[in-house]
Design a protein. Structure first.
Length: 224
């Protein structure tokens, strides 16, 4: 059955879209990290301001190693800004910092979809394939079904990530414009960086969806 596994074709669109999205993020980041804003405030200072405007002074802002590793950790209440962002005043750095502040705002205002993002679902993404493969090899349907269900949880996670990410970027753009941290022209650069980042999540969701379709086809064909 694996000799004629035409369903592998289903993996290609997601893979290509993912690579394209990665390329777009790198290109947008490389372009706008070199352009400083007129106001010249650093990303760390902008993050501090945006959080305090939101009445959220309990969040610590700390630097983190690596490139584009920025994140907000709701459990530790820490906003991590990567090396290229933390003390930087570029359009890219300001946009990324504001996006992470968007997640902190979601947390503070109990934005529903954020709560659905839990590390538990990551277990399903690692376990599904060995389980599903064992089900195929032993032609044992219940095992295939368990594998597919594990993967379906991963897909839900992938889909829930979309509104969370789009909403954080929306909050970032709105608060940056309100506080006049960037000019209208600069805001276009912020949007270019954040939209490219959002595209990587869209690519991941589409990949997961196609993979689920593939698993369903494989499990149905294994009956023959
Ligand atoms: Zn995000």
């Amino acid at each position: 059955m694996f000799y004629y596994d035409w369903t592998l074709i289903l993996i290609i669109p997601g893979l290509l879209l993912g690579l394209w999205a990665q390329f777009k993020v790198k290109a947008a980041y490389a372009k706008y990290r070199k352009v400083g804003t007129q106001r010249g405030v650093t990303a760390e200072q902008v993050a501090k301001d945006l959080l305090s405007r939101d009445g959220n002074s309990g969040v610590a802002i700390e630097p983190i190693a690596g490139e584009l590793t920025d994140n907000y950790d709701p459990r530790a209440n820490v906003l991590h800004l990567s090396q290229g962002v933390y003390g930087n005043n570029s359009i890219a750095a300001i946009g990324i910092a504001a996006h992470e502040c968007g997640h902190a705002m979601q947390d503070r205002h109990s934005y529903g979809p954020l709560k659905l993002r839990s590390p538990v679902v990551n277990i399903g993404s690692n376990l599904y394939f060995p389980i599903f493969l064992a089900g195929i090899l032993f032609s044992w349907r219940p095992l295939m079904t368990v594998g597919i269900l594990c993967f379906a949880v991963t897909l839900v996670f992938s889909l829930v990530t979309l509104p969370v990410e789009f909403n954080a970027s929306k909050r970032a753009v709105a608060t940056l414009a309100q506080g006049n941290y960037v000019s209208e022209e600069e805001l276009r650069g912020v949007k270019a960086v954040l939209n490219a980042a959002a595209l990587t999540y869209v690519a991941a969701a589409i990949s997961s969806l196609l993979q689920l379709i593939r698993l369903l086809i494989l499990s149905r064909n294994s009956r023959d």
